[in-house]
Each structure stands twice: as C-alpha cells, then as structure tokens.
Design a protein around this ligand. Sequence first.
Ligand code: ARG
Ligand code: ZN
Length: 896
Amino acid sequence: TVTKRGDYTPPAYLVGTVDLRFDLDDTGVATRVSSKLVVHRNADAPSGEAPLVLNGDKEMKLVEGSLKVNGTALSADAFMVGPTGLTIPSVPSNGEFVVESTVEIAPSANKALEGLYMSGGNYCTQCEAEGFRRITYFPDRPDVMSVYTTTITGDKTLFPVLLSNGNCVESGDLEGGRHYVKYVDPWKKPSYLFAVVAGQLVSLDDEFVTCSGKTVTLRVWVRDGDLHKCGHAMAALKNAMKWDEDQYAREYDLDIFQILCVNDFNMGAMENKSLNVFNSKYVLASPETATDSDYNGISGVIAHEYFHNYSGNRVTCRSWFELTLKEGLTVFRDQCSAAEGPGAWTPPVVKRISDVTRLRSSQFPQDAGPMAHPIRPESYVEINNFYTATVYEKGACVVRMARTLLGKEGFRRGAELYFERHDGQAVTCDDWMKALVDANPHGPDMSQFMLWYSQAGTPTLTVGTTYDTSAGTLTLNVEQTVPATPGQPTKEPMHIPLAVGLIGPDGSAVPVDVEGTPAADTVVLSVRKHKESFVLRGVPDGTVPSLLRDFSAPVKLVREGGVDRLTTAFLMANDTDDFNRWEAAQTLGMDVILEYVSAREADASASFAPLSDGVIEAFRKTLRDERTDPSLRARVMVLPDEGYVAEQVTVADPLLIHEARDSVKKQLATALRADLEAVAAASAAATAGEYKIDPVSQGARALKNVCLQYLAALGESATLDKCLDTVRNGSNMTDVLAALGVLSNSPDCPQREAALSEFYSKWKDDYLVMVSWLRIQAMASRPTTLSAVKALMKHEAFDINNPNNVYAVVGGFAMANPVGFHSPPNGEAYVWLADVVLQLDKKNPQVAARMVSAFTRWRKYDATRQGVMKAQLERMRGTKGLSNDVFEICDKSVAA
Ligand code: ARG
Ligand code: ZN
C-alpha cells in the first residue's frame, strides 16, 4: 500500500503519558512488555466517533485478558487484532482514559534489527521509523508526543546494566536474582525516540558543563575490552555540545547523556532521547585499529546524533514525509561543525569537497534514476526506503542554500526562531521555512525556493559568456533545465544561488560588480528563470569566471561550448576559491577520461591519445605547490570516481571507464614519478612519530598515501614490497589499510597473498578491523573478485546477520566495485546479487533493500547487461513473501 503526503490527517487520539514495563527473559525468547497509556481525544482532529487504532506488529502476542480500558478487561468482541494492529471501536468519549496491554515478543529471533532485539547477548532497540510498534501497541507516528516512564526488570548477572531515556529515578533488587530500574524522561517525545538497553556493559564517564553552568554526566557504554577505544567519541560529543551552544544557542536539556555501542545495527546511529544507540563503527577507535576516515566518521556521526536533540527531538516531524526537516538540517549542522567547529579534522574546503563528492556519487545517480524523489517525498510504500542520500545530503544542500540566500546572521536568527517557536511540536518543512522568512522580514522572497522541497531531479545550469571589450562587461548567459523524473514530467524553474568570482589574467581576484549587489570577490546571483543573463561590470579582458563557488547549489554545471582545458588548468592553479581549484582538477580529469571513452566507443581498436603537457603540468603544479594545504593537494590528485564518470555518459561501459581512468592515472604516475616520490618522502617525514589526528597530520598522511597509490599504478615490485612492509609494521591503521588496499587491487602476487593472510591472523579478533579486511577484498578492482566474494561469505569472519558485514562484502562489491561487479560474463554477478538479496530479505528487509540499489541504474548499461539486471529485478519482485522494502525498489526500478 502507498502512503501519500496529501492524505495526512491529525491523529484522532493523543497519548499524554506512557508507562512501560519490560520483563526481560534471559535469552530473549519471551520478553513481556506491559504498557499503560493515558489517552485523550485530539482537539485538532475532526470530532465525532472514532475508533482507537493502535499499531502493532504481527509478531507480537497479546497476552489474553491483558487489554483493558479504564481498568476493565475488554472481552474478545470489544476489539479486533490484525497483522498491523489493534482496533478498539468504542472508547470513552470524554476526557482521559487509560488503555493497558501486555504483549510477548522474542527479541533474539528479531534479525530485522527493528524494535527490541539482541546484539552480542545484550538487549537494545531501534524504533525509527516504525519499530516501536514491534514492541507494544501504540499510535506509532511522530505527531503523537508523550512523556515516558519505563521500568525494566532482568537478571542481575546477565543484565547488570539497564538503561532507558531520561533520568533513573528508582532501582533495586528483586527476588530470583533479578533487579529493576525505573526511568522517567520528562520531555514529551514521539515513540520513534524511545530506547531500552540491557546487558553486560562498561562505561567511559565524563562530564560537560553547559553554558549556564549545569553539569551533565556523559557515558559511553561498550563491551568490556573496548573501553580504551571510546576517547575519541567522548571528545567529539563534548565538541558537539559546545558547538550547539555557540552556534545555535542550544543548551543540553537533561542531567545525563548516554551512548550505547553495538555491532549489529542497520544504520549509522540513532538519536533516541538522551540514550543514543550507535553502530560500533561510529564509536570505537584507536590508532592501531582505526583510520583517519574512521575517526572523522565518528566525529561526524556523534555530532549528528547529538544535534538531533534539538533538530529532531525537541522539534520533530509531523509525519515521515517531513524527514528532511530533521535529517537535512542535522546533516547540514554536522557538516558545518566538522568544517569549522572545535575538533575540525580538516580545512573547511576539504570537508566541503568530501561532502560534495558524496552527494555526486550517491545522490546524483538517485536523482537520475527510478527512485528519484524530492527531498520531501510525496508518497512511499516503505518509509525505510526513504532514508536516502536525497533526503539527507541534498536536504542538507537545501538548508545550506537557504543560509547562502539569507546570510549567516539571518539564517541563525531564523533557526533560533524555529527552535523556540516550535519547541515540543511536530512540524513541517513549511514551518521551518516560515520561521526563516519571519526572522528576515527584509530578506529575499523564498516562495520559489520551496520548489527544492517538491521537485526531484538535479538541475543543469548551462553557462555561456559574452565579453564586451569596449564596455568592459562580461555577461553570463545562464540557462537552467530540471529533468523529468518519475511522476514529474515537467518542472518549473528553480531559485538557484549561483556564487560567482572572477580571476583576472594575472591570476588575481577581480571584484564582481553586478547591478543591485555590492561588489565583492564572490557574489551570489539568484538564478530564477529558465534563461537569464547577468552583466558583470569593470571586467578586464582575459578575465575568467569562477562559477558555482563552494558548490553553491546541487546542480550540474555545464560550460557552453564544452570544457576549455587551458582555462580550466588556469583556474586549477589560480582560482581564489579553493573549492573551485579542486573542481577544475575534477573537470580536467573528467574531460580526459570522457575523451578516452568516446574515442574507444567510436573505434574499438583506438588507443588513448597521450595526456597533453598542459594537463600533466597542471597536476604537477598543484602536487608540488607548497602554499596549498597538503590535504587539498591530496584531494586534487584523486580523479573523479568511476561511478561519477558513468553518470556523465548515456550508455556506461564500466570496464572501459575503468580502463580510461586507469590510463590517466598511469600516465600521470609516469610523468610525475619524481614529484610523487619527493612529495611522498616529505609527507612521510611530516607524519613520522606519534599518531595524531589533527588536520595537519591527516593532511600529510592523505598526501603521502595518494602518492603511494599513483606510484603503485606503475606496478613495480619494489612498491609492492614496500606496501607489504607497511602492512606488517605500519604504526597506524590509516597507512596499513592504504597499503593493503594497493595490494588488494593488484594482480595476484606473493605480496598480496601474504598481506591479506598476515593481516587476518593479526586482527581476526577485532570485529571492526575485520569489517575493513572484508571490504577491502570485496572492493578489489579485479575481474575475478566475484569468486573471492563468494568465498568471503563462507569465511568465519563473515556473519550474514550482521549489517556491517553485508555492507562490506555485498555492498563493497556490488556498489563500490564496478570492475568486479560488471566483469563476470553473462551477468553472473547480477544473478548472484539477486540471490543474496532474496536470502537477506527473509531476515532483514532493510539491509536487503539497500543492496538492491546496485540495480537501480540498470538502464545505464548496454542491452545485454540491461536484460540480465531487469530480469533479476523482475525475479525478485515476483518472489512470494517479499518484503515491502525490496518490493518497492524493484517495482519502481522496473516501471521507470
Ligand atoms: N535518525 C537516524 C539518523 O539519521 C537514522 C535512523 C534510521 N533508521 C532506519 N531504520 N530507517 O541518525
Ligand atoms: Zn539523522
């Protein structure tokens, strides 16, 4: 069944307070959950008779005689229980009434990891989006906000630690070796923020003193043995708390904030009120076991979940269609704190580059495929399918554009007004925008801007220029097109902030002077029409425009008349916007790769024309430019990824794209060999000594390892030996995994085998390191990886019930390894993936559905590949007992 945004109606009943009692059994086969709901009619809903409908999963067993209204047990004919819930047709018509029920559930059998489940012998919960209905009967929708009291009982030895949201108000022993705790969360919240935890856990404890002087207890709960890996997470949490105070005036609102770390988790983490639950990947780190990017992932996700305390929890979503209200805003907030906050791991531009790269490689394809949806979707079959790059990453871009248009001060005023005006409410994206607008009475008209919430598809901006020598004006002729997407054949022009700068012929900035805006080095033009021109005044001859600075809008920028490599190389060296220096390198790399691809497509025996000196020198110059931050130089050297290249062509040949990109890389490596060696040596010297994760150290390591990857492209055995030595003796996981990655991508050789097997013996007891080991092999860019992947899935390090394992092996192969996935003849890997999806779907539909994404761009490929992929989508779709999750993606993929 399809749920539509336009069908929203307010809930007929609200629940003021919820009183829950969990009686945990030792093995998770029969846990009892009793609930007592104080219910009343919603004054904002239409009046008149209305049945009380409570959601509830079919796995839940209602204990006979436990369903009561105002203390009286309901007879069997006074209510109906079905596979999706329970209906009481007649309830008291005035005032409050109390509904009680007790259900029995089996958390250990719950492999979907939604609701109450077990991970490593401990109990934990995941309720967003609709998991609470697997725990108890409840109006499980975010606009029903209640105050929760939770009592947990369990065996004292098996489950010494018992946690829930809010403050512990009572605890004690019970007979039979059991004990109990009682928690009260004073803040009203929707059911999706509920959490319960029980198990053998130890905590790293700390404190944070808030801006008003309140001391907050901070605890990170992990399994015994992991305590020494929590320090970075704790530091990140404190940085986030401070950032929210400084930037948004949000002070933490309880006396305690806790984080639980588990290995079995579908997503990254969850912002349950005061009791976040985290995938261990985003908590645990030590220099020996975690890479720089692992560390950065931890800071980012910790901040993200903490920021949800306001953007999500105190102000939540009216319905799941509004998901981007909390996710887009919160991603934007975590991006900013990582770029500018305490604990920033990079210069801001490099953080921006990684965010944009992520958007382009994961969101642009989605916007161009059968699952394209606006950041606020109009309908869904399964809401879990809409925790997407579009809702999250493009959603964050839309918040960023709003800030660009309103200015930083205006944006902050608006955000503060939003938090204050809607505190304790479940609201919509329109409420968000209204707060921004109300706080900026003299600000721009944002009505056209709202199209970003309703129109799917990545707009294309085509920009041409005309220069008038006598007037000294440069005219930008801008044309925007928004592509058709499923269900949206025609589009209106959008309001696109286009940040523009000018670089004079001598390489220095020329002020941008446009009518109506004060001249500045960077000016944001508001593009609002299908075709529009902007006249820039006082522009010297030979000046080059720098367009879409800092990626001011999530659009594809096309230069009329194609890429001019000379101008692009000029910008790469001279643009005063660092983001656009990187962008120029991407444009240059892309242009050469695409040239190779089309040459080969025109003539199957064509060889690639050698790289021009201009291109080589542009890369050499940046590589060696000591005034440029090493972390930026490292990024500049990374060519556009194969998936992003595939998006630029009509019919993608993944093997040809790989070959073309590889050729560029090898030619650069050959031409720049001495430079790469020199820079690698200098960077290695800069990273010698104790491992540090500050931006300078990370930048040096990144540059060193990028150089290594280029040098490895030359395929010399001395480099392979060096990599093997690093795998054996490297002092930190960043260097070790970089070396292991090089070897894993190499053709069969003794160094490769030794590295993979020695690494395994050394780290086999470290779960997260094993996830990396699995992923690196699944991503090996070799035509034979499918058979390796099949073997890995039988390896003792692999557990198909563990999402991280599946994402590493199945996801790493099908979604991040084009050569591996598309090489096997007759689409063998496609058939294999569909089999795996069907197997996963019986246990964990969310994880299964995420793997189907490898097929959603099936129309990008040649007829043979298309045929096999489509057949797999149809086969999956036609399978009996398929989940809604997998069905929706297969069905939409085939239909579009
Ligand atoms: N709200 C979480 C976050 O963004 C994501 C949880 C989504 N979980 C799910 N099963 N859909 O941090
Ligand atoms: Zn989130």
